[in-house]
Ligand binder design. Structure first.
Ligand code: SF4
Length: 606
């Protein structure tokens, strides 16, 4: 048995069909080639998932994985990943989460948990100091996320860290989230996969310490990094005061903040829903494990219809999804909408995207009041709340709405032209008509329309004072590749992506080498190769599951409808050249598959 630093050295394999739980020793090849987190998930799913399986069948596999930094003193290193096949896209899905569950899982004795099969009745997985069991959970099934957390902690003890699904996951909403103590593994429907396995919750508790190879040097590197994070403008100051909403006004200023289901880029209600108004709702700051950035906030509505409603947030993306994208300037309803997403276990971006899409369907007469049961106009805050309730329990038309924008559009004549998704995943809060980087990011993201496989707008805004460069084609494919590979790496080591705003690759390399002592982790160049390896393996997974060149694209609106206001006025996306150069930079063939030479260079075994 190898002894490990940084890692615990074990994965827990849980067959929910048979109830058999086994421990697996970590393999050196897996560790050195794929790091942890997303990398572990990529290798396990590529090797073990039956090709073409139904994402909501017992054949699908759910991998929860930490990284070598998870639970160590490295700053912002409380992260873990879930990886599976997405019911929203039918392709690869990974989602990342902070909080405290990841570190506790390692302290409980495991680097990750692999769930497969399907329990005959609802169960909860309990892991405590290297012992684990599946317990019947009929009392939890049907409960909302907040109550489930409460019941599990009452049953097992408050020290347990909990991850669970709500009614949306149980009912197979294709964008159901897994929630861990108010933090979400949100995008792409991992909650529905967990629900399909009758796995309601995972509770972990442990007392192990995580060994570090070179503690003296590691603590010195940590101290320097903590200082830098505290003073860097992107991780200290504004982000600490405003949370993720720190960029709200900026995104509108630079012409990429979508409004009215991406029909506009200027929001008349923005003075009522901006960082300076939201900050008045914050009652306290909160941070994930070991994080000096504490971008999380607890907000409470002080007056109006939703007085008393509270949430951990509201996050920038949700403020946009239930605000500008639905043309809703009622801040109380936005907080309440985010609360309801936590309550039912829903992804906020997709839920808001579905509602904005339904509002445009209503505006254009594709849906009528008799189809919906009430009117659903842009700006109608009360209807937003009603729709979330209907989706959360799939009531009435909420049954179809729980399928997501792509499938709803397939059912409605005339709705395809404004169905704002990529590969079945609803889009986040950046209009690609104002950023060629974001256009490329959405079109090439491994899990569909997403801003967390890369975030080139950050570099575009930092790199130039002339905003026209946001639309330049030059250097964007290279930037996209570098960011995607870096984000793959970060999502594999257990660190928060926000930390990379201030920390550089050299520091991250020092952390990894000092924590693990693994020689292969001492070279920044090799670490970026590892990120690239993970990215290419996920590409192979997606190709096997049916991804084609045609799906690497954007909604029609971005090619044909120019914005008529704001700094992106008159612009549409021209993707062709960007894609051609991106594939070439990636070393992928004309069918957009990694070439044999590329696989050899990255030492990827198929
Ligand atoms: S930056 Fe925010 S999301 Fe990231 S670990 Fe810190 S508190 Fe959590």
């Amino acid at each position: 048995m190898a002894s490990w630093y940084g890692y615990i050295g074990k994965l827990l394999d849980v067959d929910l069909s048979t109830g058999v739980i086994t421990e697996q020793e970590l393999d050196t090849g897996l560790v050195e080639g794929y790091m942890g987190g997303k990398g572990f998930g990529a290798r396990i799913l590529y090797d073990q998932l039956p090709t073409g399986c139904d994402p909501l069948s017992p054949d699908n596999i759910l991998v929860f994985a930490t990284g070598p930094l998870t639970g160590t003193f490295a700053p912002a290193s409380g992260r873990f990943e879930v990886c599976t096949k997405s019911p929203a896209t039918g392709l690869w899905l990974d989602a990342n989460c902070g909080g405290f569950f990841g570190p506790e899982l390692k302290q409980a004795g495991y680097d990750g948990v692999v769930g497969r099969g399907k329990a005959s009745d609802p169960v909860m997985l309990v892991i405590e100091d290297s012992s684990s069991e599946l317990r019947p959970a009929p009392n939890l099934w049907g409960e909302d996320v907040l109550r489930t957390h409460q019941l599990v902690k009452e049953q097992l003890g408050r020290e347990f860290r909990v991850t669970c699904i709500g009614p949306a996951g149980e009912k197979g909403v294709k964008y159901a989230a897994i929630i861990s103590e108010y933090r979400a593994l949100g995008r792409g429907g991992a909650g529905a996969v967990m629900g399909s396995k009758n796995l309601k919750a995972i509770a972990v508790k442990g007392t192990r310490t995580i060994s570090v190879h070179d503690s003296a040097r590691f603590m010195k590197t940590c101290r320097e990094a903590f200082n830098e994070l505290a003073i860097h403008p992107d991780t200290g100051g504004g982000r600490q005061k405003y949370g993720t909403n720190v960029i709200l006004s900026l995104m509108e200023e630079v012409g990429i903040h979508p409004v009215r289901n991406f029909q506009k880029a200027m929001f008349e209600g923005s003075d009522r829903v901006n960082e300076d108004t939201i900050v008045n709702l914050y009652v306290r700051n909160k941070a994930c494990f070991g994080c000096p950035i504490y971008c999380s906030k607890i907000a409470e509505v002080k007056d109006g219809k939703h007085k008393g409603s509270y949430t951990e947030g509201p996050e920038y993306e949700n403020v946009w999804a239930f605000g500008a994208n639905c043309e809703n300037a009622d801040l109380g309803s936005i907080v309440h909408a985010e609360y309801l997403c936590d309550y039912y276990g829903l992804d906020g971006i997709s839920t808001g995207g579905v509602i904005a899409f339904l509002m445009e369907c209503f505006e254009k007469g594709v849906l009528t009041e008799s189809d919906i049961g009430f009117s659903l106009s842009f700006g109608d805050d009360e209807s937003i709340i009603k729709v979330i309730h209907m989706i959360g329990i799939r009531e009435g038309p909420g049954e179809l709405w729980g399928e997501g924008v792509k499938r709803i559009a397939e059912e409605l004549d005339g709705a395809q032209d404004f169905a704002m998704h990529v590969k079945g995943l609803e889009l986040p809060a950046y209009d690609p008509r104002g950023s060629s980087g974001m256009a490329l990011a959405y079109a090439t993201s491994d899990r569909g329309g997403c801003h967390l496989r890369s975030w080139p707008i950050g570099d575009e805004l930092h790199a130039t004072e002339n905003r026209l460069d946001q639309m330049a084609v030059e250097l964007k494919p290279e930037l996209e590749k570098t960011q995607q590979d870096l984000f793959c790496l970060i999502n594999s080591i257990g660190m928060c992506l926000f930390a990379t705003f201030a920390l550089n690759l050299k520091q991250i390399t020092s952390f990894l080498h000092e924590v693990t002592g693994i020689e292969a982790f001492s070279s920044s160049h090799e670490l970026m190769k590892t990120g690239e390896r993970i990215n290419n393996l996920v590409r192979l997974f997606n190709i096997r599951e049916g991804l084609t060149r045609e799906l690497d694209t954007l909604p029609k609106r971005f090619f044909e409808e120019a914005l008529n206001e704001g700094l992106s006025k008159g612009r549409v996306v021209d993707l062709e050249q960007l894609m051609k150069e991106y594939y070439s930079v990636r070393g992928w063939n004309p069918d957009v598959v990694p070439t044999g030479e590329k696989l050899e260079e990255l030492a990827i075994k198929e």
